[in-house]
Design a binder for this molecule. Sequence first.
Ligand code: FAD
Length: 531
Amino acid sequence: MHRRAGTAKLGGVHTARSTPDVIVAGAGHNGLVAATLLADSGHRVLVLESAGHVGGAAVSARPFPGIDARISRYSYLVSLFPRALLRQLGVDIELRRRRISSYTPSGDAGVLICDDPARTRESIARTVGDDGASADALDRFGALTTGVAGRVFPTLTEPLRSRAQLCELVGDDAAWDALFEAPLSGVLETAFQSDLVRGIVATDALIGTFAGLDDPGFAQNRCFLYHVIGNGTGHWDIPVGGMGTLTGALADAARRAGAELRLNTPVTRIEAGDDRVAVHVDGGEVVEGGRLLANVAPAVLAELLGSPLPGDPPEGSQLKLNLLLRRLPRLRDPAVTPEEAFAGTFHVNEGYDQLQRAYRQAAAGQIPELPPCEAYCHTLTDPTILSPELRSTGVHTLTVFGLHMPARLFRADHDAARHAAVAATLASINAVLAEPIEDCLLVAPDGSPCLEAHTPVELEHELGMPGGHIFHRDLTWPFAEDEAEVGRWGVETPRPNVLICGAGARRGGAVSGIPGHNAARAVLAAAPAQK
Ligand SMILES: Cc1cc2nc3c(=O)[nH]c(=O)nc-3n(C[C@H](O)[C@H](O)[C@H](O)COP(=O)(O)OP(=O)(O)OC[C@H]3O[C@@H](n4cnc5c(N)ncnc54)[C@H](O)[C@@H]3O)c2cc1C
């Protein structure tokens, strides 16, 4: 790889040896992808990151004192990162397929969706009490989404098509109408008779997204779409070693390509002229460059530029819990082992009606009575994130992602709302287990239980994600929404030399590297490679 940029240390202040062509604000995974591609093409790239580490929401950490468990602290599964892009970046990380896709307890039974079709069908029929109709409906719906995925996913790293062009490419009017033209509730209520199975499918529409399934704004449809098209299959895989392994490898790739990464360097103001940017950082230094790529959220970028906020303020909608367990909890269902049930996504009180009720309660300003959430155990598929000692004693991680916990619930009295939300979520989990999850918690040497929680308000402070929105803003359609956007990359802003390279770009959101790639392609289109 090519090497251009470097640093000199002058009187304790780092300055780029030569003016960077591109300054990237933020070293989240997308900023690192953009930096690598541009540095590798011969651009001088400087990355300014406010935190003392890279990765943004894609990091690993040891949050429990005295416990050697390096957990994926925020994001934990990878679906949307194009495998070809990983290869192009020279990032060699194993993304391991989970044997179990999901388990959904219901009374003393449960639906297990796994790599054994016969067992999956039997489990659905037994739990739902039908003769295979629900399993058939799932197969049909899976075929519909896979068809769309195969057509749409490759376009995410290409210039934008118009709505009509993408529709033509999908080439399946029924699938297009179901996913793009009507609120998702329409197809879910037609395709599935079972409330439980409807709910299993519906959860993909509500990850980090505060919407009803029948919302005319379609935020749930867009969220659903990105959850089922990753790499043309919609599989969600485990990054072996945890998320920090992925972003550590991306940072190595960026440095190898010649990008300069400066940590502990918050950007405080951006001045954008026609062909230059001046970036002010904490401490008073001003760095000049040719272009700015914003890995920060669009709302943060607006603040840094002194521009009006683009649209409504973003609002995240999830409660995130990380737990370490001495052992996995016992289930009420004798047909499935805890090792199977927690290896995939463990759906908790995510029936269709339960999801809609929780949405209505949260929209009315209440913590949902029975919070819908999903849990998953990383260490059943990849134990390498635990020390050998923890592994040998049977310790497991559990990550819980709670739905319909919008930031607004936590604004007035944060600590009280946080306490209530955590208690309600644990009670919701306990309602489907044979024993309380608290009885299985590992206790750290200092006597504290190994459980941490992050509300949207805390995510806002910890990660700089406005409103705690995990995608920086509501996800956008993967096509141009006006004619002027056709053929562009979905990363442009009203200022020609300021581009968005993070989750807030069109086709951004999640751990995908796609907006980082697309911003780099937009720069290269305007200022071709210098190699
Ligand atoms: C709890 C949680 C669970 C999630 N689960 C998943 C999952 O399992 N799978 C998945 O695909 N996605 C998941 N996501 C979403 C995904 O993690 C994000 O959408 C994605 O990481 C965004 O990446 P990014 O690089 O665009 O931005 P970010 O990761 O937000 O990085 C932005 C960077 O900019 C830095 N920054 C902010 N302000 C400044 C400033 N003023 N100056 C300099 N630097 C600044 C930040 O410190 C950060 O490093 C989850 C997110 C959260 C929070």
